[in-house]
Design a protein around this ligand. Structure first.
Ligand SMILES: *Cc1c(COP(=O)(O)O)cnc(C)c1O
Length: 371
């Protein structure tokens, strides 16, 4: 065999056209580039308080057992979740991050002749899993940066197999209210699976935010995904879950790898779930930080997209990329969102007070330089 030959053309058409997901820049990478420490990273919607101490203790306790395979059924964690959320354990599927669940859904339901509907500015993983399956994405225009359910409904046809809805959405932070979303979800045709991505569920305090689990009983094709990566501060361990009908969970289980959740993640997630004080502190820091950033943006004469998550998109009214680069030079990592068709915005994850202050000072200095 010729060692120089390319195998590119052997990949499926969907994979040939794929652009890999671009994660936020890691702190260690910027430290290497700049040769400095004390980097402030507000780029990946991580919990600035870190994980719960109880989760860390649970991890310690598991360390001596690491030669053994983890519990492939996640018995203890599923029971803890079932009790907290008043669902049956058979309705829960655990994933290697909730991202894995999005991929499992695609693998179960999509073929190259399927169509998938989601909104403009929606989470980047939806187009990725759609294209990897060779399916066709139908993207509905956003309304006021949020999901336009009427526009999404208009794109649904007999080939549609999945609708992805992030509530709230990342990167915009917009959310759909109970009434409008319930009408949409319960009105979907039977051949369409609805994925409600609630990665930021714990942060939302709005009264009209839906309790989507109440719809599971009447909607066998609904999947609600949640994660331990955001409010629970366990992004590095990779663990999330979905709630659905038992039948849906059984289908997802067929394509799931037998040990997709590692032992440390299972133990940490179970402990984190019990630490309500840490979650409470997380929300307090987030609320205060959100106020601080909005106040800072006001003082700079900048507008933003109102957000109910742990991040906020600010409108720089100029291309955001140079501002992003200049912030990096000052040791601040935020997230450009041009790949979400928001070229003038930057997404800032809410940090602790000092981090937010450091960012706002850097932003002020950078904007003075480029003006
Ligand atoms: C962060 C995020 C996720 C999931 O992340 P995991 O770490 O894989 O659980 C899912 N959806 C949205 C919209 C997100 O922002």
């Amino acid at each position: 065999m010729n060692k120089q030959h390319s195998i590119y053309h052997l990949a499926t058409a969907g994979v040939q056209g794929l652009v890999p997901y671009q994660p936020g820049k890691p702190i260690s990478e910027l430290e290497r580039e700049l040769g400095i420490g004390d980097i402030v990273k507000l780029a990946s919607n991580e919990n600035p308080l870190g994980p719960s101490d109880q989760a860390l203790e649970a991890i310690q306790a598991v360390l001596p057992e690491l030669a053994r395979y983890p519990d492939g059924n996640g018995y203890a964690l599923k029971n803890a979740l079932a009790e907290k959320l008043a669902v049956d354990t058979s309705q829960i599927t655990l994933g290697n991050g909730s991202n894995e669940l999005l991929e499992l859904v695609a693998r179960v339901f999509l073929t190259p002749s399927s169509e998938v509907v989601f909104s403009q500015h929606a989470f980047a993983v939806y187009p990725l899993v759609t294209q990897a399956a060779g399916a066709t994405a139908r993207v509905a225009r956003a309304k006021n940066h949020g999901h336009d359910l009427d526009a999404m409904l208009a794109l649904i046809n007999s080939d549609t197999r999945i609708v992805f809805i992030a509530n709230p959405n990342n990167p915009t932070g917009t959310y759909l209210q109970e009434r409008e979303l319930q009408d949409f979800v319960l009105g979907l045709p039977e051949h369409v699976v609805c994925v409600l991505d609630e990665a930021y569920y714990e942060y939302v305090q709005q009264q009209d935010y839906p309790d989507s689990l109440t719809w599971l009983g009447s909607c066998p094709n609904l999947i609600v995904t949640r994660t331990f990566s955001k409010a629970y501060g366990l992004a590095g361990l990779r663990i999330g879950y979905s709630l659905s009908s038992t039948e849906m969970a059984e289908l997802l289980n067929r394509v799931r790898q037998p040990f997709n959740n590692n032992a440390l993640a299972l133990a940490a997630a179970e402990a984190a779930l019990q630490d309500t004080q840490h979650l409470h502190n997380t929300l307090e820091v987030n609320n205060a930080g959100m106020q601080q950033l909005m106040q800072g943006f006001s003082e700079l004469g900048l507008q933003w997209i109102p957000s109910v998550g742990n991040f906020i998109c600010v409108d720089l009214r100029q291309p955001a990329e140079p501002v992003y680069q200049a912030l990096l030079q000052r040791g601040v990592i935020v997230r450009p969102v041009a790949n979400y068709q928001l070229p003038n915005h930057l997404r800032i994850s809410i940090g602790r007070q000092q981090e937010n202050l450091f960012f706002l000072d850097a932003l002020r200095a950078v904007l003075n330089d480029v003006r």
